[in-house]
Every structure is written in C-alpha cells, then in structure tokens.
Design a protein around this ligand. Structure first.
Ligand SMILES: Cc1cc2nc3c(=O)[nH]c(=O)nc-3n(C[C@H](O)[C@H](O)[C@H](O)COP(=O)(O)O)c2cc1C
Length: 375
C-alpha cells in the first residue's frame, strides 16, 4: 500500500484521517497513517492545547491539521478582529431566520447556551482565525501537512507553509477547482466525492477520483468520499489515487468524542439515511437526515442563507446540540455530519483496530483481484 506520497509525508500507509478528535488523529498517526485535526470549531487556545497534547502523544510520527479558508471572506482580511467579522456577518442575518432556528431548538427542548457572554462566533471558519491557527501549527514541527477544507487557500498561507518545508493540500469535488488548487502550487489534491460526509459537490467518487488523477497529474490525489473498508481503499488506489482521505469512518471509534446518543444513532443508520443539505453551513454538505435538515426544506422554512451567514446563524444550535446530545430528542435536531458510508459502520472499534482491518481487508481484496489475471 506504500505510495510516493507516503514517502513525501513520512508515513507507512496512505491512510489519512480527518477528525475533530485529537486522540483519533494520534492513534491513526501511530498506526502508520496520518491523523489530521479539524479546526473549524476551534479558537487559538483550544487549538494550541490540542496540538501540544498531540505532540506529546504521537511519538516521532507526523500529523496534520485541517483549516477553513472560506472563499467568501467578510471584511476581506482588512485586519478586522474576529468579533468585528462576526458583527459584520450578523447584520446580514434576517430576524425571520434567527426565529426559525430558535423555534427548532425550543420544540426539541434543547437548553440555551448557559454562558451568556460567550457569543456564537465563526471561529476557525473565519479567515482571520484560520491564519492565526496556521501560524500556531507551524510552531509544531510534527505538524507536516496543512489541508484547506473549503476552496483554494490564500497565497500568503501557502507561502508561509512552504517556507517551512511543510505540505499543503485542499479538498475539492470538481475538476475546475482541482485545477485552481494546482495553479496555486499545492502539493496534493483531495478528491471528495458526493457520497462523502461534510461539504460535497455533485460528482460521485468513482467518477471523480480517476478524473481528478488525470486532470491534476502529476500532482498526487487522495481519494475521499465513501471509504470505510479495505476493499474501498483498493478501489481508490486502482483509480490512480495515491492514498485515501477518510472522515465518517472515525465518528464511532472508541476514542471519538461523539456523544454516545449520537454514536448510537450513527451506528443504527442505513446507507440511505444521509442527505445533502445547506441547512448548517449554507453550502451543500452531507449529514444524517434528521428533523433539522427536514425542517429547513419544509414549507415553513425561510430557506438557508448563503455561507458564512447560515454558518454563523447555526453555530449556537450546533454547540447546543453537541453539548446536550445526551438528551434523546436533541439528537433529532443535532449537527450530525456523516457520509453514506456511515450505513456500513455497525460497531464501535478502536482506531488501531480500524487501521489494522483496513490493511488486512485491502490485502485480501488485492489477492482476489490479482487472481483474476490470466496466467
Ligand atoms: C462530521 C464531519 C465533519 C467534517 N468537517 C470537515 C471539515 O471541517 N473540514 C474538512 O476538510 N472536511 C470535513 N469533513 C469532510 C472530511 O474531511 C472528508 O472529506 C469526508 O468525510 C470523506 O468522506 P467519508 O465521510 O465518506 O469518509 C467532515 C466530515 C464529517 C463526517
């Protein structure tokens, strides 16, 4: 399973894991892959604390970070504070939308956020914060890989990371954006198919992966969207990808901080239980279908706002449903990003066991395919 990209990153197997949980990222890196910590919901203190802990736990292994440079940048980076950026975005959020989100929270008995002074913020979703997080991550030598979640990262970020000899990649679901990433000098592209969790485009993985491999050649491509077992890893590498980028696979592992009630819901989901919706971020993203995603499509809905307005509007609902997800009904309106592959994940495993399983399933599948060759 060793590819050229493994050599460049300094890992043993080309399995990349996107996760919001540092312990999951550490275990993936320790098992020979690359754990990548998602920073979208973090401010500097929490981010730094996570990286410090990862540095201690990961031994001599590398890890990565995932940052959000929203292409629609309020304030256009004119040196605004995050509070000023938030104020600017709040001004574009109609009262009707605020009331609709709050009504859903009330109907499902979701308690209010108790810290009244702690206002909802775009946090790591804002350019201003993402740049500060990049600078912080560069202070951690084991952080070798920087990934932009949304759009081509700004040139000042790419230059900063390259100046320290680290690598930059970015997700995309379309050939057009993949070419923009290549033109920006990125080191690899993540081809994220429509069936994946989080933000997605309109093209399915099995069509997108080989296409982007050709479109951005010789740049390495990681295949994402729909990978949960070793057979799917083999399929991805067969399309020319140099590795896989996985997300939903880690939501229900032992080390994941996913609230137990939400974990139960995810483990019980079928292949068809997710939906692409703009209801949380204002951009198309895949979630477990629930009463929140349905309500925003329903007859009373004012319709989702664009990003980042919808994202800021729903930040309060997201943090409240995460904190109170222990209460059954809350899960019905909870933020529950998940790809279609969640329907094939039926038990809680340790991260280490998942890594071992991927490799042994890959080897079995490889043997089966090799046996089909004449002679
Ligand atoms: C709950 C959840 C949150 C996600 N948040 C982000 C994010 O903040 N940044 C990012 O680059 N990708 C994010 N993703 C997408 C993943 O990076 C990855 O591309 C996707 O999960 C791959 O498809 P899969 O879920 O089928 O493995 C998220 C995915 C999930 C499931």
């Amino acid at each position: 399973m060793y590819t050229e990209l493994c050599k460049k990153v300094g890992i043993d197997v080309p399995i990349f894991a996107f996760t919001h949980c540092r312990d999951v990222a550490v275990e993936v890196s320790k098992a020979g892959g690359l754990g990548c910590l998602g920073s979208a919901f973090m401010m500097l203190d929490e981010f730094r604390e996570n990286l410090n802990a990862m540095d201690k736990a990961v031994g001599d292994r590398p890890y990565g970070v995932d940052l959000v440079f929203n292409p629609r940048r309020p304030g256009k980076g004119e040196g605004l504070s995050i509070e000023q950026v938030d104020d600017l975005v709040w001004k574009d959020i109609p009262q009707q939308h605020r009331e609709f989100a709050e009504k859903l929270m009330k109907e499902h008995g979701v308690p209010e956020w108790p810290e009244k002074d702690d206002k909802p913020s775009l946090g790591g979703m804002a350019y201003e914060v993402a740049m500060v997080l990049t600078e912080e991550a560069l202070r951690h030598p084991k952080c070798k890989v920087f990934v932009s979640a949304m759009g081509t990262p700004p040139p000042e970020m790419v230059d900063m990371v390259h100046a320290q000899g680290r690598m930059v990649g970015a997700l995309t679901g379309s050939p057009k954006h993949a070419l923009q990433h290549k033109a920006a000098g990125l080191d690899f592209i993540i081809a994220n198919g429509w069936e994946g969790g989080g933000h997605v485009g309109a093209i399915s993985s099995i069509v997108l992966w080989p296409n982007l491999v050709d479109v951005v050649a010789p740049l390495p491509v990681l295949a994402a969207g729909g990978i949960g077992n070793g057979r799917q890893v083999l399929a991805a590498l067969a399309t020319g990808a140099q590795g896989v980028w996985t997300g939903s696979l880690w939501l229900c592992v032992q080390e994941a901080l996913t609230p137990p009630k939400l974990k139960d819901r995810l483990l019980g989901a079928d292949l068809g239980d997710t939906v692409v919706s703009k209801s949380w971020s204002g951009k198309t993203a895949r979630y477990l279908r629930n009463e929140w995603t349905d309500a925003w499509e329903g007859p009373d809905s004012p319709g989702p706002l664009p990003s980042p307005q919808q994202w800021l509007l729903t930040t309060d609902a997201r943090r409240r449903t995460e904190r109170y997800a222990e209460q059954g009904k809350v899960v019905d309106v909870a933020f529950a990003g998940a790809g279609q592959v969640i329907g094939q994940i039926k038990e809680v495993e340790s991260t280490r066991d998942v890594m071992a399983r991927l490799m042994s399933e890959y080897a079995d599948a490889f043997e089966r395919v090799a046996a089909t060759m004449p002679g």
